[in-house]
Design a protein around this ligand. Sequence first.
Ligand code: DGL
Length: 283
Amino acid sequence: MPSAEARTDARAQAGDGRNAPIGVFDSGLGGLSVLRAIRTRLPAEDLLYAADAARVPYGSRSAGEIRERALVLAEFLVGQGAKALVIACNTATAVAADALRERFPVPVVAMEPAIKPAVASTRTGVVGVLATEGTLSSARFAALLEQYAGSVRVVTQPCPGLVAAVEAGETDGARIRGLLEEYLQPLEAAGADTVILGCTHYPFLVPALRSMLGPEVILVETGAAVARQLERRLAGHGLLRDPDGHAGSECFWTTGDAAVGGPVLARLWGGEPRLCAIPEPGA
Ligand code: DGL
């Protein structure tokens, strides 16, 4: 029979584990679309968000470089006490999810374009995927198509310029609509009735997309599914925080210039969030 002291220690440790924050990262602020879904699903959890704004966009970078950056950000978040990691980035998932799972002992939740639900929902038999070049050219994406596309035609479209626009806080307007027109044209021409938003920056463009595509086209996002998966993984590891009246907090970090990113963060997230700089190693 363990002593009362040992039992208290064990409980405190378990509590510490459950009460630790969740670490979420992306190349920039796009992953806030996933963070929002996590906040909605898990209101008691404390959330840490890291944006690699000094290196955004990832879409055109090499797989090796993205993997290296993902490891640096994950190391930072685990160093801040994260009990789980969420890769709120399709591009980083495609090339770094396996490396993170090997390196870190905490649950790692990743994301990829939602081919399976889109294939289930299309009536025309044509699905469009908007994503970064990095995601679309990855072996992981090829494997997804192989596994789930079946007889459905999947039309893929890289979208240069959209990530940079969202990072600048630009989510609608003539320039954005010009880019979207170009990127949606091949999907519409092919008869796609379902469009996958395969990059976490694109949910911020939904009002523009919706008004251009009309009400019939189904837009498929992944944030809510990632939040559900995170909840399952935390529960499976006994790491879900007790909903004991604690209102979860958010803490935002960036590798970029916090003075530049701060106003965009406020615009995309709402309220008056504080954005802190991630210290450079050795600083
Ligand atoms: N938001 C990311 C994604 O989901 C990456 C965008 C980028 O940095 O190119 O793919």
